[in-house]
Design a protein around this ligand. Structure first.
Ligand SMILES: NC(=O)c1ccc[n+]([C@@H]2O[C@H](COP(=O)([O-])OP(=O)(O)OC[C@H]3O[C@@H](n4cnc5c(N)ncnc54)[C@H](OP(=O)(O)O)[C@@H]3O)[C@@H](O)[C@H]2O)c1
Length: 310
């Protein structure tokens, strides 16, 4: 079977992705970082920043063309041999599992897992994947659940492993316990599903650390605030609305370069606690009901049943 890692992946084609070595055959001290949604917006900004720092970066996204464009940028930086692109549609549980298996096969450890993949095109249609999950629920929540738990043992091989789940802690909304995928919502919109997904990700972070006796992997829920990315400024098709959002984001949004700074700092100096949540540089209190441990456990159990059925 051909490697799912892109043709731009020099390491995999040479078969030495497991151990980064210098020309003298000595181990190279660089971090290995996996970024979902690393071909656009915040994920891409982070991926390029880590490459500039000398780290090696595995980028996952669904578009081969964007992967090729990213590899081209990495080449311009002289970092192509530290760049790995893995094409996967993360809305599918089976694709997430394939990513986990491939990463485990090719890399001995992971220092940082950054979860940024998101589809922000506005839609009023409730659409399920072929596995029977609502698309937004599948990408924004299930994928992050599968990758967080699936890559945990690989992260634990690193000295100070961290998961950064870029979502929206510190914002409002509540979990629809009877209708987790919003199938019966009065008026379904992708925006409602994203807001709901943010609450599910809050609980994912809580359950992840509560279910982990080792507590070696730190979990950071991170809300970047309003950021000028293509994902949000191109979210609406309607021309006037699109123009308005673009204008609004130009006025109140921050650039990707500005938005990624606190994440880079957290990756370098993570908080002491196993779980932390931030809105830009401000810590979000975990004492709120949204981070309730019992609810987090209920969601964890519910999710494993859902995935078991799929
Ligand atoms: N921008 C903001 O103002 C803002 C505010 C709060 C929170 N956030 C959060 O920050 C994160 C990043 O947002 P962003 O605005 O930077 O995103 P973005 O510019 O829309 O980029 C999204 C990334 O996700 C990938 N992606 C989309 N569908 C995918 C799929 N099915 N499988 C795999 N990858 C997929 C895209 O690549 P492909 O198209 O190639 O798949 C792209 O690389 C998101 O989690 C978002 O919720 C953003």
């Amino acid at each position: 079977m051909p490697s799912p890692f892109s043709q731009y992946d020099v390491h995999v084609s040479l078969g030495n992705a497991l151990e980064p070595m210098n020309e003298r055959g000595h181990m190279v001290n660089m971090k290995t970082i996996l970024i979902t949604g690393g071909t656009n917006g915040i994920g891409k900004g982070l991926a390029l920043a880590f490459l500039k720092q000398g780290d090696r970066v595995i980028v996952v996204s669904s578009s081969a063309a964007k992967g090729a464009a990213f590899s081209e940028e990495a080449k311009q930086l002289g970092a192509l041999e530290r760049t790995f692109f893995l094409q996967a549609d993360l809305r599918l549980a089976q694709e997430n599992k394939r990513v986990v298996e491939e990463v485990k096969r090719q890399f001995r450890s992971l220092d940082l897992l950054i979860l940024c993949a998101q589809a922000q095109k506005f839609s009023t249609a409730y659409v399920e994947t072929k596995e029977g999950f609502e698309k937004q629920f599948a990408l924004y929540y299930l994928s992050r659940y599968l990758l967080s738990y699936g890559l945990k043992s690989t992260l634990e091989q690193a000295d100070n492993p961290i998961i950064v789940n870029v979502c929206a802690p510190g914002t409002g909304g509540s979990v629809q316990w009877e209708d987790l995928q919003l199938k019966h919502a009065q008026k379904f919109t992708s925006l409602k599903a994203i807001i709901h997904g943010s609450r599910l990700n809050d609980l994912l972070g809580v359950a992840f650390v509560e279910n982990d006796p080792k507590r070696k992997v730190k979990y950071i829920l991170y809300n970047p605030g309003v950021v000028q990315t293509e994902g949000v400024t191109e979210a609406f098709e309607q021309p006037i609305l699109k123009m308005f959002i673009k204008l609004l984001y130009t006025m109140i949004g921050k650039s990707v370069e500005e938005a990624i700074q606190p994440i880079l700092e957290l990756a370098e100096h993570p908080p002491q606690s196993a779980l932390a949540a931030f809105k830009a540089r401000k810590e979000v209190s975990l004492s709120r009901e949204l981070f309730d441990k019992n609810r987090a456990q209920t969601l964890f159990e519910h999710t494993s049943v859902l995935l078991g059925r799929a």
